[in-house]
Design a protein. Structure first.
Ligand SMILES: Nc1ncnc2c1ncn2[C@@H]1O[C@H](COP(=O)(O)OP(=O)(O)OP(=O)(O)O)[C@@H](O)[C@H]1O
Length: 259
């Protein structure tokens, strides 16, 4: 395991971006009418006022379907708080891992922020979308100096990361934070399995008992937060402690800039 560090501004990372062309994401469900409208002015770069280009990665099936419903209700507030200064682009995920591809495409095409609308699973996929083949994804146009941030509107079942970060799971507060546009840097952990494939995480990485609890919980999301209690109980049944050998790259963990 090792650590990288990336910027968190309502979210994450330090990747250079610009808007080379109007950005579009293939979505399974129709886009809201005024999301992803004209962003062509971003191409010129000559204006002193530049609208921020925000891409919302929405998991409509999160929290047993509640995410999609809450997101629709949030749209008027989102437009009123951000519509004047930002171009708002919505992309609905069509299934597991889709958020990874959406994120990579958004960064390459120059989004100012990729904002997760969902729970920790979708957040995890978006974080992994900031990387490709062990390196941060970068914008096509290397001359532009602003970076893509990761944002979060927590609307999942557990949404543990938001609470860990000291935030209430209140989507309106999350939109207010995005409107302020403040950024901070957070650490990103990396785990490589036997296949050598890196897996990035920003919240926790579990092994053994708590990993099993999370695995079982995912089967009971229809019960809301109770799924984690059920998952923990199922994981305890028949659980046996095991000795594990863990290799930690201490230098990378302590000195992220050495990556
Ligand atoms: N359209 C979709 N249909 C089914 N599953 C999806 C879809 N889009 C994304 N997913 C998967 O759903 C998983 C869970 O989503 P998410 O984390 O947003 O909600 P949650 O599980 O309710 O919240 P939490 O993880 O905070 O408890 C994601 O890891 C992703 O792989």
């Amino acid at each position: 395991m090792s650590m990288n560090q990336i910027a968190f501004g309502t979210g994450i990372t330090g990747v250079r971006v610009s808007m080379a062309k109007p950005w579009a994401v293939r979505a399974e469900l129709p886009k809201a009418p005024d999301l992803c409208a004209d962003r062509s002015f971003l191409r010129s770069g000559s204006s002193s006022f530049r609208r921020r280009d925000l891409v919302f990665v929405v998991n409509p099936s999160g929290a047993n379907g509640r995410t999609g419903k809450e997101w629709k209700k949030l749209l008027p507030y989102l437009r009123s708080r951000l519509g004047a200064d930002c171009n708002l682009c919505e992309s609905l995920t069509s299934g597991p891992s889709h958020a990874i591809d959406i994120t990579r495409e958004a960064i390459r095409e120059g989004a100012d922020a990729v904002i997760v609308v969902g729970g920790d699973g979708t957040l995890h996929e978006v974080v992994n979308g900031f990387f490709w083949a062990g390196k941060p994804v970068t914008n096509h146009d290397r001359e532009v100096t602003h970076s893509t941030a990761l944002g979060l509107i927590p609307l999942g079942t557990g949404s543990d990361f938001a609470r860990t970060f000291g935030w209430k799971n209140d989507p309106h507060e999350a939109i207010d934070r995005i409107a302020k546009g403040q950024r901070s840097r957070i650490d990103v952990g990396v785990i490589s399995g036997e296949d050598g494939e890196p897996h990035y995480f920003v919240n926790v990485a579990d092994i053994h008992l708590s990993a099993k609890a999370g695995y079982y919980a995912s089967r009971y999301k229809r019960f809301g937060n109770l799924c984690y209690v059920i998952g923990a109980l199922k994981a305890f049944v028949g659980h046996r402690n095991q000795d594990l050998k863990i290799k930690v790259n201490i230098c990378n963990a302590l000195c992220p800039s050495s990556q």
